[in-house]
Design a protein around this ligand. Structure first.
Ligand SMILES: [Zn+2]
Length: 408
């Protein structure tokens, strides 16, 4: 048994037995950020988490980049943000939040290789608990040999398997309702951009729900990649679209851009090379959020066969181009505010479906005060959502006409 295997076994055996949990299963455990800390401990790191009651948990290390992941069933992190915690400079990033139904996750980016030297959960007399993790520096080769790059899944919360690549979906002809999959960006442990109280993941979930209603009233079939504040890996979002038989995939975002003065809606298409620096950073940040949440990004493109990629290049890309154009036209016609370069490109992983025209729409930027004001205005949102409906309708008619031409 390798060192890592021993460590994991040790930690899994720490799952709290029935007696400690039986007291009050209904109450949610809460983190007390004021009594919690992530500090230097000699040459290592001490992580002490004060929680209102004992919870089952597991902790493990991941490589590329090095990070500690702790999963809890369930800890409510509340409105406090990770930035509020006392933090060791050896911890390069800190995130927490719901990861899926019944589970919360904390991820700490590390400045180098470590091992879990000890882990314990102490329960006080009044039932409150403290989880104490101690990390000690580890030799790079031992860390590499004993640490994997993806989360060790346990059967009770495995992700849905990515759907295997089968025959490409038939193009829509207008005979059936258009199937639109809306993808509210971020969620759970990955809040996306934040501006004061406004959190991108929450804002986009609300926007997607409203938009879904508008599109359904317009006769379309709509599915969402997430219905609540949970983490959904980018690859799973594509699988959801495929399983729903999507004609169109629309990822919804309101990111923050430090660079320049990004304001107004922006339509993003998939490309290997980004149209500018800011677009490249956006795409990178979205992949990084997946990475920090514990997803192994290596080899994700392997499932797409060469023939599908060829199809994507020849057929799907022009369809996505036309959808981007239709969105810009409709949003402008509705009086909605567009970015001065309204169509941009970058390597967004979530847009990689080879046979589903996929668009990432920045409804606005949380880094822009004017955009924040518009996004908070239900009247503005309703107008914007009607414009998306108009764009999808116009696109679907032209797209179906082209499909008929191709078939003849
Ligand atoms: Zn985003």
């Amino acid at each position: 048994m390798g060192i890592r295997a021993i460590a994991l076994h040790l930690l899994l055996s720490l799952w709290i037995g029935q007696s400690a949990l039986a007291d009050d299963l209904s109450a949610l455990a809460r983190l007390d950020p004021a009594a919690s800390r992530v500090v230097d401990d000699g040459a290592g790191i001490a992580i002490d988490l004060a929680i209102s009651q004992a919870v089952p948990y597991r902790a493990f290390l991941l490589a590329d980049p090095p990070r500690l992941v702790a999963d809890f069933s369930v800890v409510e992190f509340g409105p406090s943000r990770p930035a509020s915690l006392d933090r060791s400079a050896r911890v390069t990033s800190l995130g927490w939040g719901p990861i899926r139904e019944g589970w919360s996750r904390l991820v700490a980016g590390l400045d180098g290789p470590y091992r879990i030297a000890s882990a314990e959960e102490r329960v006080g007399e009044t039932g409150e608990a403290e989880i104490r993790l101690r990390l000690a520096p580890e030799a790079a080769d031992r860390f590499a040999a004993n640490t994997r790059s993806g989360v060790p899944e346990v059967a009770r919360w495995a992700l849905p398997e990515p759907v295997a690549v089968e025959a490409p979906k038939r193009r829509q002809t207008g005979a059936e309702p258009l199937v639109v999959v809306l993808d509210p960006g971020h969620g759970g442990i990955d809040p996306g951009a934040e501006a004061g109280e406004v959190v991108e993941a929450e804002l986009m979930l609300g926007f997607a729900r409203e938009l879904a209603e508008v599109l359904r009233r317009g006769g379309m079939e709509v599915a969402l990649t997430r219905e609540e504040d949970v983490f959904v890996p980018l690859e799973t979002r594509i699988s959801v679209a495929r399983a729903a038989g999507a004609d169109v995939f629309l990822s919804l975002h309101a990111d923050a851009l430090a660079e320049g003065e990004a304001t107004g809606a922006t339509v993003y298409l998939l490309a290997d090379a980004a149209s500018d620096n800011a677009s490249a950073q956006l795409a990178e940040r979205h992949d990084r959020a997946d990475l920090l949440a514990g997803v192994d990004l290596a080899g994700q493109d392997d499932m797409v066969a060469a023939v599908m990629m060829e199809m994507a290049r020849i057929e799907t890309r022009p369809r996505a181009d036309r959808l981007a154009g239709a969105l810009v036209t409709a949003i402008k016609a509705s009086g909605g505010r567009m970015h001065r370069h309204p169509i941009q490109e970058a390597a967004f992983s979530v847009l990689k479906s080879p046979d589903i025209p996929s668009i990432l729409l920045e409804v606005g930027f949380l880094s822009s005060e004017a955009d924040r004001r518009r996004l908070a205005d239900p009247v503005w949102r309703a107008g914007f959502q009607e414009a998306i409906l108009a764009a999808l309708r116009a696109w679907a008619v032209a797209d179906a006409a082209e499909a008929r031409l191709i078939r003849q």
